[in-house]
Design a protein around this ligand. Structure first.
Ligand SMILES: Nc1ncnc2c1ncn2[C@@H]1O[C@H](COP(=O)(O)OP(=O)(O)OP(=O)(O)O)[C@@H](O)[C@H]1O
Ligand SMILES: [Mg+2]
Length: 307
């Protein structure tokens, strides 16, 4: 495996922020780390990047133990949530910053920087100050600055959190393109499940400093291994160890009776709250399907699955 994390533990003042975490990544793999606030996502990235000292565990990148190396010795680049750009420098100065420490001549560094501008669709922006850029443009500069040193591993901590929905979608495509262009392995922390579903080869779901499940998006969604994963990813109706996703409830003349007690227009979907055998169930239907009014009785069927 290209990246191996073995039994990583990090304590802050005796409180374990992450406990005995192990996982690995193949070369070129994109792994997304999902989990609620405070579950230890940033702690994992900072441990791998070398910005904090770990208490226990091993970090192996491309066959080499790196847990004792300084951050700049690790061949890893990080894009922080706040981008961390230099506000007084221009776009190109920001992008080529990391080459200073790699004994590049200025002229060669600028040539490399210009190539990066092309890859990131930032041609024409080189002499602007980063404070004059939009959030999405700053995001791309931050990526460029991380990638120019050709790291083996790219760590991204909530990199799209300041972007609107459309820009987010195009940055996801951009990231996949960058992965293919540079053959780079990525660890991507996000709050956004759609980010994870659309770009991750595998997803790690975390809770309270521990890993709940590592799996493909489909397996996480269809075969959640714990009740935490089930409830954290998407939404679900749960009854005594069995669950059904809201979109898997079907309306059918052969079904059993339920009463519509609420409904909400969600754009592409309509979300219904049903009273079914005395319990509340959430049902999702596409907006072009037959619509039901609050108070009406309908017939539904579903297959509950074991968690
Ligand atoms: N420098 C620190 N000193 C003490 N405790 C810390 C420090 N940094 C993080 N923690 C604690 O460690 C735990 C994990 O924090 P971490 O920043 O890794 O969470 P996170 O999953 O990245 O959360 P978020 O989604 O809010 O960014 C939290 O309980 C946090 O309060
Ligand atoms: Mg964090």
């Amino acid at each position: 495996m290209f990246l191996q994390i073995k039994n990583l533990t990090k304590k802050y003042n005796k409180v374990e922020a992450v406990k005995n975490i192990s996982f690995s990544a193949k070369e070129k793999e994109i792994i997304c780390i999902l989990g609620p606030s405070g579950c230890g996502k940033t702690t994992i990235l900072q441990s791998i990047g070398g910005f904090i000292k770990i208490d226990e565990g091993e970090i192996i990148l491309d066959g080499v133990n790196i847990e004792k190396l300084e951050p700049e010795e690790r061949e890893i680049a990080t894009v922080f949530q706040s981008y961390g750009l230099f506000p007084h420098k221009t776009v190109i100065e920001n992008i080529i910053y990391g080459l200073k420490f790699r004994k590049y001549r200025k002229r060669d560094a600028i040539a490399e920087g210009k190539k990066m501008l092309e890859i990131l669709n930032l041609v024409g922006y080189e002499n602007k100050r980063v404070t004059e850029l939009s959030g999405g443009e700053q995001q791309r500069v931050a990526l460029g600055r991380a990638l120019i040193v050709k790291p083996k591993l790219l760590l991204l901590d909530e990199p799209f959190s300041n972007l609107d929905t459309n820009l987010r979608a195009s940055m996801r495509k951009e990231l996949l393109r960058i992965r293919d262009h540079f053959n780079i392995t990525m660890l991507f922390v996000t709050h956004d499940q759609e980010d994870a579903f659309s770009i991750a080869d595998r997803i790690i779901v975390m809770n309270k400093g521990r890993i709940e499940q590592i799996d493909t998006a489909r397996n996480i969604y269809f075969n959640p291994r714990t009740e935490f994963v089930l409830n954290f990813i998407g939404s679900a109706n749960v009854d005594r160890g069995y669950f059904v996703r809201p979109e898997a409830i079907r309306v059918s003349p052969e079904g059993k009776e339920a009463t519509v007690i609420d409904k909400t227009f969600k754009g592409a979907f309509i979300e219904y709250i049903l009273d079914y055998k005395g319990n509340k169930y959430k049902m999702l239907r596409l907006n072009n399907e037959e619509e039901f009014e609050i108070g009406s009785k309908i017939k539904i069927e579903m297959e509950m699955r074991e968690i």
